[in-house]
Every structure is written in structure tokens, then in C-alpha cells.
Design a protein around this ligand. Structure first.
Ligand code: ASP
Length: 395
């Protein structure tokens, strides 16, 4: 816990330094960039070696299917809860009705590609079944994960397997050491990332879009601090206190990096060292979660779509809101675990109910701050997935 407090101090110091002494992003942002780059460099080797290694030892398809079934059930149910909560809050608080963020902001709308639901699904299948080398090079975690799962399982059923298992185990051990080394730099990395975020965006824009930011932030806080810990408990995982205190470190890194993929090494460390989860489970579930389980993003997409509709004075019927809920889940599943991915997949939600794509311009200014918050909830959900699957294994 002491180390987690040092990380928190780094975060607070970063925010204070940015407010008191802005304009030093080049130097003070450098350690943060290096920290995220180092985390990212570890993602693909970890996913490939650990997942293939774990599957080779497991060698059992029914066991893997049990894990996946449990993880997907948990991911889907918490995501539906997140979207429901978001829709409830945005309908109750009506942040777009009182908003002054109208035409001026629209001029700044980024060019966004319009996608139909069918095209979107096709792109997702393409990501799932990609040439592993191409997937590795393009940072497609899901593609590498699927290949590693299948490759490892087949390895487990082949003759003369031990040299491969030994090789993968040694690689895993070396990677675990690298993660341990990197974790020591977390306080400095978090300080630097927090400095850079606050110094480059400022807090005035956040205040200007106050009601909208409040609505998303409230939803994320309720989901992250109440709904998820209770869901984890309900699925047989640890109690809320133990779960939240173990999640502290990865959440700090998620908040400051706005990337669940980059946070993956820290999520794995928390799952294995702080919650004592079997690495075979955490290394299968956490990478899957980092790519498809995004409760925070789903909640954000639903609130943002309704906010845009409210600003434009468009009334969405109950049926249209159900479409928003459905496409928000799809868009969240399809969003990569990188900064601003959710903003890009928003196009799917907006076009599904005929809302203007330029509406994204309204929320652009506060996206980075909300990205930091929603990524924290996404990572909390991934860690929850590991505990839930591990608990099912014990049963
Ligand atoms: N940044 C988020 C994540 O990495 C994705 C998003 O933009 O919502 O989890």
C-alpha cells in the first residue's frame, strides 16, 4: 500500500506542477512518454509468450472454454449495466439541454469516417483473424491473443512439446522481471503523464462543459466504485475493499496513460501478486479484457450520444435509445485500448440513430480528461474479469 500512496503522490504533484508551472511539457513529459513506450513494448511479448505458454500447459479446450464463457458473461453483464446507468443519468440530468457549447465548437469537428454496423463488424472479424506478424506489428492485441491461444492449445496436444514449453516459460520469467523493474518507475511516469495531460489541456474547458463532464464522471464513479466491486463479489470474486486496493496501482497508470493496453503489464502484476490469481487465468483474461471489455467507454459513448442529441434539440425515442445502448456496447468492444479510441468509434453510435457526426466537435475539448476516467474503469473491469474467472475455477 505504501508504494500505491507514492504513486498517488506522483499523480497529485503532476497536476499541481502543471497548474503552477505550465509550458514545460517537452522536458517534464519525457519520462511519461518513455514509461508508456516501455509498457507498450512489453504488451505483445507478454501476450504471446504467456498465453501460448499457459495454453500449452493447459492443453484442454473445455477448460479454456469454461474460462472464456465465464469471462464473457461477466464482461457482457457489466457492460449492459454501465450503458443502462449512463442512459439513466443522461436522461435525468439532461446536461445537453442547458449546455452553452453550441455552434462555435461544431466548427472544430474532426473528420470522422461513417461506418454501418455491418462494415464495423466485418472490420472486427478482420482484426480477430489477422496474420500474427502483421497483428504484432500493428499493435492488434486481439489478433495476437487469438493466434497465441490456438497455437498454445495445439502445442499442448503435440508430441515432443517440452522444448517449446521450456522456451516460453523462460521468456515469461524474463518478461516478469522486466515488468517488476518497470513498475518501480511508476511514480515518476504517473507524475510526468499527469503533468502533460493537465498542462496541455488546461482545466477551463472542463469547467465550460461542466454538466456533461459531471454526468459522465458521476456515471463512471458509480460504476467503478460501486457496481463493479459488487458485481465481482456477486460472481464469487474478492470483497470490494480487497479488490479496490489491489486495483489501485493499475488504475493510477490507466488514469495517467489513458490506455488499457499500455496498462496491461501493471494489471497482470496486480492480479498475480496482489490478488494471487493463477497466471494462466490472468494472462488469458486480462489481454482479452484490455481489448474487448470497456465498461467505461460504453457508458461514455451512450452519454455522449444522448448529450449531442440534447444539444441539437433532437428527441430520441425509447427504441432509438435501445439502439444507442446496443451500438455503444459494440463501439466499446471494437475500440482499441489506446487513447481516444472511444471517440473514433462514436461514429457508429451516432450514425445508427441518425445523429450528426459533427456533434463530436462538441465533446472534443474534454475528451482527454474523460478518456483518463473511462480507461480507469475499463482497467478495473479487466482486473475484475480475472478475479471472476479465477473464482469460477476454484468452484
Ligand atoms: N482509452 C480507452 C482505453 O484504452 C479507450 C477509449 O478511448 O475509450 O481503454
Amino acid at each position: 500500500m505504501r508504494f500505491a500512496l507514492i504513486i498517488l503522490a506522483g499523480l497529485i504533484l503532476g497536476v499541481v506542477a502543471a497548474l503552477a508551472w505550465p509550458g514545460q511539457e517537452l522536458w517534464l513529459g519525457l519520462p511519461g512518454d518513455a514509461f508508456v513506450a516501455a509498457l507498450k513494448a512489453l504488451i505483445m511479448p507478454i501476450v504471446f509468450c504467456s498465453v501460448a505458454g499457459a495454453m500449452a500447459k493447459l492443453g484442454s479446450v473445455p477448460q479454456l472454454m469454461r474460462w472464456l464463457r465465464r469471462a464473457l458473461l461477466y464482461f457482457a453483464s457489466t457492460m449492459v449495466l454501465a450503458v443502462g446507468l449512463g442512459l439513466f443519468l443522461v436522461n435525468t440530468m439532461q446536461p445537453g439541454v442547458s449546455s452553452q457549447a453550441k455552434p462555435a465548437a461544431l466548427a472544430k469537428a474532426p473528420p470522422i469516417e461513417q461506418l454501418s454496423t455491418g462494415e464495423f463488424l466485418r472490420a472486427q472479424v478482420g482484426k480477430l483473424l489477422m496474420d500474427p506478424v502483421k497483428a504484432w506489428a500493428s499493435g492488434n492485441v486481439l489478433g495476437v491473443l487469438v493466434f497465441a491461444l490456438l497455437f498454445g492449445l495445439m502445442l499442448g496436444r503435440s508430441e515432443g512439446l517440452s522444448p517449446w514449453v521450456d522456451l516460453l516459460s523462460s521468456a515469461e520469467a524474463a518478461l516478469a522481471r522486466l515488468i517488476d523493474m518497470l513498475i518501480y518507475f511508476t511514480p515518476v511516469g504517473v507524475f510526468s503523464l499527469a503533468y502533460k495531460q493537465v498542462a496541455s489541456s488546461g482545466i477551463e474547458v472542463i469547467l465550460k462543459l461542466g454538466p456533461y463532464v459531471l454526468c459522465v464522471a458521476l456515471g463512471l464513479l458509480i460504476h467503478g466504485l460501486i457496481v463493479l466491486p459488487l458485481a465481482v463479489r456477486l460472481f464469487g470474486g474478492p470483497g470490494p475493499k480487497r479488490f479496490l486496493s489491489a486495483a489501485f496501482k493499475p488504475v493510477m497508470v490507466a488514469f495517467s496513460s489513458a490506455s488499457s493496453a499500455a496498462t496491461l503489464p501493471v494489471t497482470l502484476e496486480a492480479a498475480e501478486k496482489d490478488l494471487g490469481i493463477d497466471p494462466a487465468v490472468s494472462r488469458t483474461v486480462a489481454p482479452l479484457g484490455a481489448t474487448i471489455n470497456m465498461d467505461g467507454t460504453a457508458l461514455y459513448e451512450a452519454v455522449a450520444a444522448l448529450f449531442i442529441a440534447q444539444v441539437y434539440g433532437i428527441d430520441l425515442s425509447m427504441g432509438q435509445q435501445v439502439i444507442v445502448a446496443f451500438t455503444a456496447c459494440l463501439a466499446a468492444i471494437g475500440a482499441a485500448g489506446i487513447p481516444s479510441a472511444g471517440l473514433v468509434t462514436m461514429a457508429l453510435v451516432l450514425s445508427a440513430v441518425g445523429l450528426p457526426l459533427e456533434g463530436v466537435g462538441l465533446i472534443l475539448a474534454v475528451d482527454r480528461f474523460l478518456d483518463m476516467l473511462r480507461t480507469s474503469v475499463n482497467v478495473l473491469g479487466d482486473l475484475g474479469g480475472c478475479t471472476v474467472v479465477a473464482a469460477g475455477d476454484k468452484d
